[in-house]
Design a protein around this ligand. Structure first.
Ligand SMILES: [Zn+2]
Length: 94
C-alpha cells in the first residue's frame, strides 16, 4: 500500500499515544514521502504522454521485404539497388 505524509503522521501519533509518550511531531522523522495523494485525473493527465511509437520501416526495392531505413536489406543484402552485403542462405547457416 502506498503511504503518504499525512498517513505516516497519523500512524506515528497513534503509536506515541498508545505508548504514553508525549512529544512534538518532528517532520524529519519521515523519509521521502509524497505530500499528498495524486488524484486519478492528475495521474491520467500525466500519463497521456507515455505511449509507444511504431518503428519506422521501409520496403526493399529488390525483394520487397520490410527493412529498417538507411540499412542494407537483411533478406537479400541490397542497398540503393546494389548488393552491399552477402546474405547467407538458410542452407549455408545450417
Ligand atoms: Zn531485399
Amino acid at each position: 500500500m502506498r503511504k503518504y505524509f499525512s498517513e505516516a503522521k497519523k500512524e506515528l501519533s497513534k503509536k506515541l499515544i498508545e505508548g504514553g509518550i508525549k512529544m512534538k511531531l518532528n517532520i524529519t522523522l519521515f523519509g521521502a514521502l509524497p505530500f499528498r495523494r495524486i488524484s486519478k485525473t492528475a495521474k491520467r493527465q500525466r500519463r497521456t504522454h507515455l505511449k509507444k511509437t511504431a518503428p519506422t520501416v521501409t520496403i526493399c526495392s529488390n525483394c520487397g521485404a520490410v527493412v529498417a531505413p538507411h540499412r542494407a536489406c537483411t533478406k537479400c543484402g541490397f542497398y540503393k539497388g546494389k548488393e552491399a552485403i552477402k546474405v547467407k542462405s538458410e542452407e549455408e547457416t545450417k
